[in-house]
Write a protein that binds this ligand. Sequence first.
Ligand code: PBG
Length: 327
Amino acid sequence: MSYPEHRPRRLRRNAAVRRLVAETRPAPAELVVPMFVKEGLTEPRPIGSLPGVLQHTRDSLRKAAVEAVQAGVGGIMLFGVPAERDECGAGGIDPNGILNVAIRDVVSEVGDATVVMSDLCLDEFTSHGHCGLLTPDGSVDNDATLAAYAEMAVAQAAAGVSVVGPSGMMDGQVGAVRRALDAAGYTDVAVLAYAVKYASAFYGPFREAVESSLEGDRRTYQQDPANLRESLREVELDVAEGADMVMVKPALPYLDVVSAVRAAVQVPVAAYQVSGEYAMVEAAAANGWIDREQVMLETLTSIRRAGAQIILTYWAVEAAELLRQRY
Ligand code: PBG
């Protein structure tokens, strides 16, 4: 009896054939590593809820950037943790603010060997921890915030960044940033828009990493996890306003969104595997409950398969090395 007629297992029978037919293979060049630098720090400091991730000193950041280049990662996304904060987040705009200084440091160290990017948001710099400026009654003032983002974008471009990542979810932020960059002569600085950013509980460990002072939540500006169609509207607006790339965040719980965005736009699509996604895997692996490396690569493969061609991940450097060994 010659049955079954179809045997998909033929293409799974050994590693060589599996490798031949693999449809998705994340590459080091598609990975972007987020890095934190803290003002005034003298020794790099571990972040408890993000094992393996550090708050860098200016010096250790330079070294880590060089290591990232050696590992072949596609980009570095910089976040600054200032020593002091104020109501309007002035430290984000100040050319001597920690993030702008760190951009200069990293760019002078790595040049164009990888793409240097910066988070463009006020939350690390404001005393209240919100991503924008507050009105007297405490709500986030969209249009006043746009003016601050515009100044911040120009300061980051002046520091030498190649890509700015507006992540505050204010309406019109991409257009405001694009116009300000162009008016200041930075027409070549690209915008990676956090077009789709959910009000997610998966950002928990990041709040420790940047020592966030936020009380309450960001639900008046970040999106409701219940909505998909709204994301398509957000990406459409951002592309119309001049986004060069669009990002979906978080990644793994929103693969349907990644896939829909991929189908809807022509610009490159990125996904941010956020702190809580990383921390869950690290915690389970530390307990011996899952195979850390296997799960790491499985998550990256899945995000890639869903349609993200760029992935921001705290594993970028390690994963780049693993991927090179395996493929
Ligand atoms: C805002 C910003 C956040 C993250 C990246 N940019 C925090 C937030 O919106 O609350 C989270 C990233 C992560 O969790 O890894 N500047």
